[in-house]
Design a binder for this molecule. Structure first.
Ligand code: ADP
Ligand code: MG
Length: 212
């Protein structure tokens, strides 16, 4: 798995959101994006996911250009900001409905992903009764349930307590170890230092490799 971001600039209206970004990401590694609010971490995630297209430059997924050869990376798990689940259904039912879109996984994988994210697949509560931390965990379960080649996690530890953060870090390492290319955006530098194989600093749309 290889993601190549080649000299990408993104402007929205007149605002410069990403400024001549060039990066390469490979499978089997955890990449950390660290930077303050508004620096461009989420936009970089959206770019890799094919949700926005560059104003200049290109993004290649295993050599295929997003927006030209393919619309989206073919195997992608994504957690960006507030996941949109249906409030009147249980967590498991929500994931079943999502899984039906691709038909790649069944109940077994769904239940495993829910457990991996630290929730109970038999929990009968509706999503609307979930705490913020439970909502976040369900978003993570949705992102991993299809064992994607690329896993994009935007602030995955938001709303989690200390134990929850450790659990999710363990999950992220296991995803890396099965070969996934993992990109984690997080404003918390200390957390990323303990988790990421490579850290990139994002500031005002510029991205730089942090020397280890
Ligand atoms: N939908 C949008 N339209 C225009 N500008 C946006 C939009 N979303 C975010 N931005 C701007 O893009 C920049 C980067 O935002 P973002 O990637 O969300 O930052 P981060 O995730 O690092 O907090 C910010 O200046 C923000 O104001
Ligand atoms: Mg963000």
């Amino acid at each position: 798995m290889l993601i190549e971001i080649k000299d990408v600039t993104k402007t929205i209206k007149k605002a410069l959101i990403l400024d001549r970004v060039s990066l390469e990401f490979k499978g089997g590694l955890i990449y950390g994006l660290q930077g303050p609010n508004g620096s461009g971490k989420t936009m970089l995630m959206r770019l890799v996911a094919g949700l926005i297209l560059p104003t200049k430059g290109e993004v290649l997924i295993d050599g295929k250009r997003l927006g030209r050869d393919i619309d989206f990376p073919p195997s992608l798990g994504l957690l960006i900001e507030n996941p949109a689940f249906l409030p009147g259904y249980t967590g498991k039912r929500n994931l079943e409905l999502l899984a039906e879109l691709q038909n790649r996984v069944g109940e077994k994988e769904i239940c495993q992903a829910i457990r991996d994210a630290g929730l109970d697949p038999e929990d009968k509560r509706k999503y609307r009764k979930y705490s913020l931390g439970m909502k976040q965990r369900l978003g993570i379960a949705a992102a991993i349930m299809e064992k994607p080649d690329i896993l994009l996690l935007d602030e995955p530890t938001n709303a989690l307590d200390e134990g929850g953060v450790e659990e999710i870090c363990g999950l992220i390492r296991r995803e890396r170890d099965r070969g996934a290319l993992v990109i984690v955006a997080c404003h918390d530098r200390d957390l990323l230092e303990g988790l990421a194989d490579e850290i990139y600093t994002v500031a005002e749309g510029r991205v730089e490799r942090r020397q280890p």
